[in-house]
Design a protein around this ligand. Structure first.
Ligand SMILES: [Zn+2]
Length: 292
């Protein structure tokens, strides 16, 4: 009697499996910024579960049981770090499987610090610097290549073309901002989210609140901002897409400044500003049009 040896069958199944998308990745993303990066770098090889969608305040987010399941099922979990994901430890524990698949994209990006309730804390909004986005692109491409070596060449190629588009964006921003004199680079915004942008392009920020978005500013602080606007002849104040403070309108009314539209600070928009590239172009255009 002839015995069919199982090994060739197993080998055939393995080879078939590895060439029919078995290496493809499922990636959970805890920020609209990392979702956009993952789409650009992952292309067709990555399935993305966007846990935080546009319009959700990342400072206030709490994952649902459905989110925990998506995170548990993912091969990699991307987050922006520097303290914005206050729920992270709980999510890691709830999703199980160890923390090694959680990828802190902001970890090696140099931090700016800010004052929050009298304490010095890291500013989590690093994506407002195009240079930081280039670092994030390289980090994600390496992580995808490591987790899914069969598609490594594709991830690296996609990353190269995304880096080229970031260079083009950087050129566009510099040309656009050249029309705004340095003494007019003063931003009055709802919460302190644009420091990295300010740092790169020589703006001074006058935020109504600190790093997080959860309360109205004191009336004393509103008076201080009004004095700054009058003293510095600031021409516009800005709303933010996620949270609109009544105080911004009050300040505009009292000082006679324009409201310069909504800036996207904590994440991407749903229809407009729904990619990193279009968000930056939207913000820069609104800032230049408002302040010049
Ligand atoms: Zn924020």
């Amino acid at each position: 009697m002839k015995i069919i040896h199982p090994l060739p069958l197993l080998l055939a199944a393995f080879l078939l499996g590895s060439s029919s998308g078995r290496g493809d990745l499922t990636v959970a993303s805890l920020s609209t910024i990392t979702t956009d990066l993952a789409k650009n770098i992952g292309g067709t090889h990555v399935k993305i579960e966007a846990i935080i969608k546009s319009g959700i305040d990342p400072h206030e987010f709490e994952p649902t049981p459905g989110d925990v399941k998506k995170v548990a099922d993912a091969n990699l979990v991307l987050f922006t770090g520097k303290g914005i994901e206050g729920y992270l430890t709980k999510l890691e524990e709830a999703a199980g499987g160890g923390s090694s698949k959680f990828l802190n994209i902001g970890e090696d990006i140099p931090s700016l610090t800010m004052n929050e309730d009298g304490k010095n804390v890291e500013d989590p909004h690093w994506w407002h610097s195009v240079e930081n986005m280039k670092m994030a692109t390289r980090v994600i491409a390496s992580a995808f290549a490591k987790a899914d070596p069969s598609n490594a060449a594709s991830y690296q190629k996609n990353a190269q073309s995304y880096l080229a588009s970031l260079n083009e964006l950087q050129r566009w921003i510099r040309v656009k901002l050249a029309g705004l004199p340095h003494d007019q680079r003063k931003l009055v915004t709802s919460h302190d989210a644009l420091q990295y942008f300010a740092h790169d392009y020589g703006f001074t920020i006058y935020p109504l609140k600190g790093v997080s978005t959860n309360e109205e500013p004191s009336s004393r602080h509103v008076r201080e901002i009004i004095e700054v606007i009058r003293g510095e002849r600031v021409k516009a104040v800005f709303f933010e897409s996620i949270e609109n403070l009544r105080a911004i309108q009050q300040i505009a009314d009292e000082t006679g400044t324009k409201t310069g539209g909504s800036l996207y600070s904590d994440g991407l928009g749903e229809t407009e500003a729904n990619t990193y590239d279009s968000m930056m172009r939207h913000n820069v255009s609104a800032i230049v049009d408002g302040l010049k």
